[in-house]
Design a protein around this ligand. Structure first.
Ligand code: 8YV
Length: 312
């Protein structure tokens, strides 16, 4: 059996790009003079595709890849892939689950603490020399506060476990109750938002969760409530979020993801109760290396046995 040809759709780390090219002879699409023309002309030569939760693969691109058998994606999110189309064509998709749970959950706790205790704002206060003239305003306590989690998958549960160390009562919302959970299930998202001091989003993106968090949920969370989003920008109606933060009807927000990254609403830049991060949930040396290794292991498993290690 001849070795399948691999197309690499968008750049990841230099180390990973090199490993793919040198070990597997992968063709880097973005390095072609005219990537679209290349795809139209040569798409039929590729059986394997490497992409990521950032670049995904559109229906138009898939149409240029008639012999594609599998996609190995870097990242746990699968929202930028047309799943129905993949299913119809029998194309397998692997993601990189589990290896990033710790880092994304750590960052969620970091955002909860930062948006309540205003670490980033206090740091700006010191750097600006303002401490020499006045005291930093009092902030809000985190320990013992009520935590609502939307999306109680692997990352949501890792966040819940960390919150136990902060003596936080935890409840969660998702489509179905998890009978094994030590935490309370809330079928009604509005009721969860009304109950919670912190509402943390850890659900998948895509059509099923699009704008799940709108004006009504934000109003229920209220002027003392804090929204943390480490999931996808699409889960939140960003216009409603900006309005609520500017009006003070929402207490604060810690955001790692946005609707049209890397665009971030400038209206939020001056608010001290909002923490803005450039989508870095999984962005540590250790975790990114593990994610890369898992993509490569999936690729190798498919080449050797025709099966992915961590299929969706
Ligand atoms: C990725 C992510 O780093 O895993 C995901 O779904 O959002 C991040 O961890 C990034 O999207 C990869 O391109």
């Amino acid at each position: 059996m001849s070795t399948p040809r691999i197309l690499h759709l968008g750049p990841l780390s230099e180390r990973f790009n090199r490993a793919l090219a040198e070990r597997h002879g992968a063709v880097a699409l973005w390095l072609q003079a005219d990537p679209q023309a290349f795809l139209r002309e040569h798409g039929g030569e590729f059986e394997l595709l490497v992409s990521s939760a950032r670049f995904g693969c559109s229906a138009e691109q898939l149409a240029c890849l008639p012999n594609l058998k599998a996609i190995c994606s870097f990242g746990v999110g699968y929202d930028p892939y047309p799943l129905d189309l993949l299913r119809d064509r029998g194309i397998a998709l692997s993601t990189t689950p589990d290896v990033l749970n710790d880092c994304v959950a750590d960052l969620a706790l970091g955002l909860m603490i930062d948006s309540a205790r205003r670490l980033a704002a206090a740091d700006r206060f010191v750097r600006a020399g303002s401490w020499l003239g006045s005291s930093f305003p009092l902030t809000r306590k985190v320990s013992g506060k009520k935590l609502g989690i939307v999306g109680y998958g692997r990352i949501g549960q890792a966040i819940a476990r960390r919150a136990e160390g902060f003596a936080m009562p935890v409840r969660y919302h998702q489509r179905k109750e998890n009978p094994a959970s030590p935490h309370g299930y809330e079928a009604d998202l509005l009721a969860l938002a009304r109950w919670a001091d912190f509402l943390v989003l850890a659900c998948p993106g895509g059509a099923t969760t699009h704008h799940l968090i709108g004006a009504e949920v934000l109003a229920a969370l209220g002027p003392q409530g804090i929204l943390v989003n480490i999931a996808r920008g699409s889960v939140v109606d960003q216009t409603a979020l900006v309005e609520a933060l500017l009006a003070g009807t929402l207490g604060g927000a810690g955001l790692d993801v946005f609707e049209a990254e890397p665009q971030v609403p400038e209206a939020l830049f001056a608010l001290p109760n909002v923490v803005l991060l450039p989508h870095v949930g999984s962005g540590t040396e250790e975790t990114r290396l593990q994610m890369e290794e898992l993509v490569l292991a999936n690729l190798q498993a498919f080449i050797d046995k025709g099966e992915l290690l961590t299929p969706l």
